[in-house]
Design a protein around this ligand. Sequence first.
Ligand code: HAM
Length: 419
Amino acid sequence: MSFQAPKGTFDWLPPRSEQVLAVREALVAPVRRAGYGYIETPVFEDTQLFARGVGESTDIVSKEMYTFPDKAGRSLTLRPEGTASVVRAVLQHNLHNGQLPVKLWYSGSQFRYERAQKGRYRHFWQVGAEALGSEDPAIDAELIVLAAQGFASLGLREVRLLVNSLGDQTCRPAYRAALQEFLRGLDLDEDTRARIEINPLRVLDDKRPEVQAQLGGAPLVVDHLCAACKSYHEEVRALLTAAGVAFEDDPRLVRGLDYYTRTTFEFLHGGLGSQSAIGGGGRYDGLSEMLGGPPLPSVGWALGVDRTFLAMEAEGLIAEAAPGRVQVYGVALGDDARRRMFLLVHELRQAGVSADMAFGGKGLKGAMKGADRSGARFALILGERDLAAKAVQLKDLTTAEQTEVPLAQVVDVLKGKVQ
Ligand code: HAM
């Protein structure tokens, strides 16, 4: 019997797995430079955290959660996103009683039972950043700039940034009512009509052409913003412009999670087909209260690492030729030589030189093939005769030049050559 990875999941294997690690690191480097601290939360949480935080009416909560009872009968859910967990952790540990904003970043697996297709997986990786406890357009702008920097540092050129404001509790209710009134007059199926009553903004996001065709005259949230939301949004936009970050206003940008207020944004990439969002986020001023905490106006984002990698592939930014696994590869012939090589490889690694060796008693030819495949610049060849002479053959695999080096000196010689 042989097993396959579950539907909607896949394995990252070398050398791509190394490349995706580098992508993760590059995406979070800007937030680390901006003073965000690392947070790690559990992969599963109380189901109610997401039900209340992300919102019962969202697709995520209504049909995509991996929910299961534990052995004591508690309902747990594999995290579908990171924001609710971060807010929970901040409240639980009273971080919000210290200096504000609390700035945190994370990196980890997320789980959503989605219809699997290219760029849409059931297990995927996000990096995220959240700034909790400040209502200041500069922090919204800072986060957007830092995400844009992360994508730019990877060399991505075809990234579009869409921004919008969803208003707040002052202006949103009137907008919602106006939108509902407009939508009720359209020719829509029963499910969509039900959505008008629960979450009318999501109807704007309906991708079906027959729905889109009717939405031309829909009221737009930008035309309904109260004075405070309007000036807040103008300031975010002005700061983005000052920082030289290009963006497009998208008055129809709606996000798939319920907690957003005011600023929302999404990064799109043209090379991904229908799953074009490589990152998104926004302000969530009411989430803390929804989770039983005090008012804690906050903003954040999450970037999809898998999709960012696909975007890089689409732009030809992932090198085909894998970088060498190690710098030095040992080839030993005979049992005594193999024991000595085992030690030598250990000494090289301790000296900071990456090294591997042929295992499994291969002959010279097979072992040299291993050396080539490892991508190493140098091979060390040790036969019984070399061992007796306390020497080793050092072969430069790019020039095929071979020299004899005393065993006692070879670590220093190689240290000098690989640096
Ligand atoms: P989100 O828009 O649901 O936001 O996800 C953020 C990013 O994760 C997406 O733009 C996409 O790149 C990636 N992503 C989402 N679902 C999948 C999937 N099924 N397969 C592959 N990639 C996926 C959030 O999760 C919010 N927590 C962001 C946030 C943080 N808002 C405020 N703070």
